[in-house]
Design a binder for this molecule. Structure first.
Ligand code: MF3
Ligand code: CO
Length: 260
């Protein structure tokens, strides 16, 4: 598959889709409190999909078909945790909440990690903060002429400078009429290498950062990806358009350098 560069009209649709994802993620994150179940969070996501007339990008995806509209990845779960009625959130858990939908035929894909019950554990809060910062540093490099390797390098160096590791098994991706388009966007790499970013490119950057080693194990449900050493893991993701003026963070309500 080749990279599909987006027109101005495509970008406006991608923005609407991204804003819808961001709005619903706000609701889901606010509901990630002690005593809630990950199933409750999936229900909130479904209500948001209905309210805003969206289509889930996750439900039925791939093989075996993903069974929910949300990924809820608690503590040592890196990504693709499946919401469950019996999974109750406790104060001090960290939960990665990953949500993707289609609107007007275009995808929005975004994830955040929150500490349940506020910051009770400085250690977990640090992992979450460093992971979010690694995404911010990568986004700050989303200007035409920079390279994919610059993005991976920014994520990797920030995480590793804090003693963490970055997952290599899963990577970010292009976003458009499909959730997963070319190019792959690794969270590691060498500065000054890889494909050059061009205006009209839309990518999801999604650092997955482990407190321990980077190795991944996928559980028997064929989805849940955990750290092999069962250390904590955090995940953030934004869908970003590369514009002449820099990054337009499509899945963030607040303005960014590339906003029109
Ligand atoms: N947002 C994730 C991704 O970019 C999750 C998709 S997995 C799914 O790949 F099965 F839930 F769709
Ligand atoms: Co993604």
């Amino acid at each position: 598959m080749r990279i599909k560069y987006k027109s101005q009209d495509d970008l406006l649709k991608l923005r609407e889709s991204g804003l819808a994802v961001s709005e619903i993620l706000d609701d889901i994150c606010a509901a990630a409190v002690p005593g809630a179940t990950t199933w409750d969070l999936d229900q909130i996501a479904r209500a948001g999909i209905d309210r805003l007339k969206l289509t889930s990008a996750f439900l039925g995806y791939a093989t075996p078909p993903y069974p929910a509209v949300l990924c809820t990845s608690v503590n040592e779960v890196i990504v693709h945790g499946i919401p469950r009625k019996e999974e109750v959130l406790n104060s001090g858990d960290i939960i990665g909440i990953d949500f993707g939908t289609y609107l007007h035929g275009f995808c929005g894909d975004s994830a955040r990690t929150v500490v349940v019950g506020g910051s009770t554990s400085p250690e977990k809060q640090k992992l979450v903060d460093v992971t979010r910062e690694s995404l911010e540093k990568a986004i700050a490099l989303c200007y035409p002429g920079n390279r994919l390797g610059d993005i991976g390098h920014a994520v990797q160096t920030h995480a590793e400078n804090h003693g963490y590791s970055v997952v290599r098994t899963f990577v970010g991706h292009g976003v458009g009429r499909q959730m997963h388009e070319d190019p792959p966007v690794p969270n590691y790499g060498r500065a000054g290498t890889g494909k050059r970013l061009k205006s009209g490119l839309v990518i999801a950057i999604e650092p997955m950062v482990n407190a321990g080693a980077r190795q991944v194990e996928v559980l028997g449900d064929e989805w849940t990806a955990v750290t092999q050493d069962r250390s904590m893991s955090a995940h953030f993701e934004h869908t970003i358009a590369i514009t002449e003026n820099g990054p337009w963070i499509l899945t963030q309500a607040a303005p960014s350098p590339g906003s029109p």
